[in-house]
Design a protein. Sequence first.
Length: 405
Amino acid sequence: MPETLLMVIPPTVRIVDGKYEVENDYANNLCAYLDNFEHVTFACPVAQDGAQGILRSRPISDICGANRLTYIRLPYTYREDKHLLNYLSTRRVLISEITKAKYLLFSPHAKYDWPTLGVRLAMELRRKYCIESDWDHQSVWDLQLRAMPLGVRKLRKSLWARSFVTQVTRCMAHSSVALLQGQEVYDAYKTIAPNPQKALNVQVSADDQISAAALRQKLEEISRGTPLSIVYAGRMIEMKGPLDWLNAIAAASESGVALKADWCGDGPLMGEMRREIDRLSLVQQVSLCGVLSREELMTRLRRAHIFLFCHKTGESPRCLSEALATGCALVGYTGAFPRDLVAGHGGGEFVERHNWRMLASMISALDRNRPRLAQLVEAAASSGKQLDRTAAITHRIELIRRYLA
């Protein structure tokens, strides 16, 4: 059988000026897959506007080796009626593609998604498959349900959540290898998947690492007592904790900390964040920068002292590895993933989740103790040097080949 890889995944494609474009980070992964397999096919729906947070993308036709790459557009369903309407036709497509491919990779991510169907079909056809995840799905659903008022809608979503988590458990349990992105996700599924493997989705290269000169300049600024430079990069959604982020900054500012904070990104909570900035009198301290190019973002990260984050669920966000590579001290809510990132060389200080007041106290303490902050920044840069996109994707490909061949 030819060395072919099939991936059924969440929406990573959008339409720009009538052309299919794939999310930038996933495009990097596709290039690596194409370097290692004769043909690569990936299947997913097209993302709805604003739904999946694709901030930067490139045309599929521009990807290196695109002549050996096939994109299959699947229907966007995620609802009972739409899913059932498209079920039989999508099932036929997936059976055909699963039969043709040597290596199978599925990413279940939501109730009524297509990767879960792909897993079921692979099991029926007695095929080995790889499953991957960068979320602890139970943790994500728990956050959503806690925020919902009592009522019929919450009851319905609770049943959805229970059903989906059961589906994911079954998919994990029958997999040949599970690629679990980061310590948090690994801990969630290591007793369910028979072959759990911790695999990072790193998107930093040697060019992204902070230079020695830029690091020295940052350390000199800190020692001179310049106002703290704080940054975050990500979507403005509840699981990223944007309102906790603002509250922590407001409390630190009220305690006397001179600071400037930037949130780089966009999302459905933009309007609420703007209102909170006015209410908390943070107009002079906080800027909502919107979506930046990767070059602009990395430049801003290299200049910042602290990467402040308030992630509320068990996930493996790529922004933390980018922050470390650029010499930003990680300061935020605790979790196995951020702790593991800095376990070897340091560079992070963490507080319990949802405790933004303690986070504000930590910011104040670091402002008063500049030598400690400088030490964290230097350690963060050291931790960041251990992260490399090529090494991470090579490890992932080796695991796929080893356990699915």
